[in-house]
Design a binder for this molecule. Sequence first.
Ligand SMILES: Cc1cc2nc3c(=O)[nH]c(=O)nc-3n(C[C@H](O)[C@H](O)[C@H](O)COP(=O)(O)OP(=O)(O)OC[C@H]3O[C@@H](n4cnc5c(N)ncnc54)[C@H](O)[C@@H]3O)c2cc1C
Ligand SMILES: *[C@@H]1O[C@H](CO)[C@@H](O)[C@H](O)[C@H]1NC(C)=O
Ligand SMILES: *[C@@H]1O[C@H](CO)[C@@H](O)[C@H](O)[C@H]1NC(C)=O
Ligand SMILES: *[C@@H]1O[C@H](CO)[C@@H](O)[C@H](O)[C@H]1NC(C)=O
Length: 529
Amino acid sequence: MFLQILLVFSLISVTHAAIDPDYTAFVQCLVKNSSPGDKNMVSSIVYTPQNSSFASVLQAYIRNKRFNTSRTLKPTIIVTATKYSHVQSTVICAKNMGIQLKIRSGGHDYDGISYVSDEKFIVLDMFNFRKIDVDIESETVVVEAGAILGELYYKIWEKSNVHGFPAGVCLTVGVGGHLSGGGYGNMLRKFGLSVDHMIDAKIVDVKGRILDRRSMGEDLFWAIRGGGGASFGVILSYTIKLVKVPRVTTVFQVTRTLDENATDIVHRYQFVVDKLDDGLFVRLVLQPEDGKVERMKTVSATFMGMFLGGSTRLMRVMDKGFPELGLKKVDCLEMSWIRSSAWWDNIDNKRSVKELLFLRNSDGVNFLKRKSDYVQTPIPKEGLESMWRKLTELGKVGFVFNPYGGKMNEISSSATPFPHRAGNIYKIQYTANWHEEGPEADKIYMSQIRSLYSFMTPFVSKNPRGAYLNYRDLDIGVSNHGKDSYTQGKVYGQKYFGANFERLVKVKTAVDPDNFFRNEQSIPVKMQG
Ligand SMILES: Cc1cc2nc3c(=O)[nH]c(=O)nc-3n(C[C@H](O)[C@H](O)[C@H](O)COP(=O)(O)OP(=O)(O)OC[C@H]3O[C@@H](n4cnc5c(N)ncnc54)[C@H](O)[C@@H]3O)c2cc1C
Ligand SMILES: *[C@@H]1O[C@H](CO)[C@@H](O)[C@H](O)[C@H]1NC(C)=O
Ligand SMILES: *[C@@H]1O[C@H](CO)[C@@H](O)[C@H](O)[C@H]1NC(C)=O
Ligand SMILES: *[C@@H]1O[C@H](CO)[C@@H](O)[C@H](O)[C@H]1NC(C)=O
């Protein structure tokens, strides 16, 4: 009833271009909660659909075209905070008004949950917070949530050519979501995840207080290192510890088709890729392709390598550990670590490294869907052959395999909420990208990727079937925040967090008992008794 009245109200207000009552109430609340010098600023950081720039502000950090349609429910308000106090008052005012708050940093969530909802909501946009303070003496960086990975890498590089940070491959990903959800990239086998190098954080809690590691306590600090920040508060910044990178790194990319023994090579890959030198990361991209014979589909296997060292040593590692790939020295490109970061994301791009690393919209936004799995026992050759048949039959979806092992084996599965450590050979990312507009295309690609996921059931981890939080996938379960929210949360929570789910629930219940910080896949509250 209340919602219906609201709906009618907002229809009327749109028709008459009257000021939206939520907007008025929200702005009044922000003014009341602002410091005297800041009250005039409020109206310049709050947007409603009636503001002419609302659409462009909303679209600026949409990274999946699936959620850039007229059918997508829009936020009632967007706050483009520029000071920490704006974040604090936004939390207080959204809570007072009983409106859901969505937090957005880089907007790369694969299912768009930082800027989409099916209930009335406010978007707190963090893109203005992009300070990055690098201190080489202590080998630490304080990085704000709205910075992107490319900027982080570049700022480190400006200060030191022998330091780096293990995080994602895609340079436009936001620090806020990425680091709170785990953070993996092509140095994972040497250094583990981003969260394994986190030493402090600043967060705005449900009471609007700014807490650091000491004042939030070790339980909450544990939770935001992989449990997803959005269940617990608004991350303002993280303090991270740098790692040492060599002056020369080597990258390669080689492709093998089925008639070049791809099946044998991929089969062998599964026995060696997690055991090679820790400094070597070999990603495998599997895609259906048009074959040489007309209308005959085949599968291509592309191996992308990152080695923390020179090509001579890489060749020794490969000749000894994975000769079946037949890597040659001419396939190898030696370059600095920073250049390799640009290479991995934009292999053919001719812009300068600095330009590439600071570009916020370099992706060329697509329609997309992702899903994830973990493989713990090598898939037999017949299994691989059945996968090739499935890929060619579907025709529009592919896989990316990302190897584990190395440092990942040394870190306990409860050290952070991210549970997928020893025992995993590689993670699968299922990929579907498309350009065709409209619900019909969405349906085709979505059903293809779901069909492939279902096909893979016998080959992947089970009880629970693992998934990676940063590869957000609402197919694996959602919460409606009603009386069954714990049971619902357990479904996706155990896939993302394994046995760590229960500890996350305890932390959540302690720090946000009224479940203000909620989203489709947030950690549920569990009351005693
Ligand atoms: C092109 C592309 C490439 C990718 N490559 C990689 C990769 O190499 N490695 C990898 O690990 N992942 C990768 N990802 C996934 C990426 O790590 C996640 O989507 C990550 O959550 C994005 O963070 P964001 O801030 O950009 O996203 P957002 O959409 O802004 O946020 C994602 C989630 O985090 C929450 N959140 C965001 N900011 C805050 C904050 N300040 N405080 C609290 N909660 C917050 C949001 O509410 C949402 O739930 C990739 C994604 C894309 C689209
Ligand atoms: C949005 O519109 C309101 C009402 O016209 C105005 O007061 C406010 O300044 C606008 N907000 C922005 C960010 O321009
Ligand atoms: C979203 O759609 C608008 C047109 O409605 C378009 O101008 C804009 O470029 C699109 N943005 C993204 C990120 O797809
Ligand atoms: C494929 O494998 C066979 C047998 O192992 C070998 O003789 C042949 O040279 C390989 N082909 C390629 C293209 O590597």
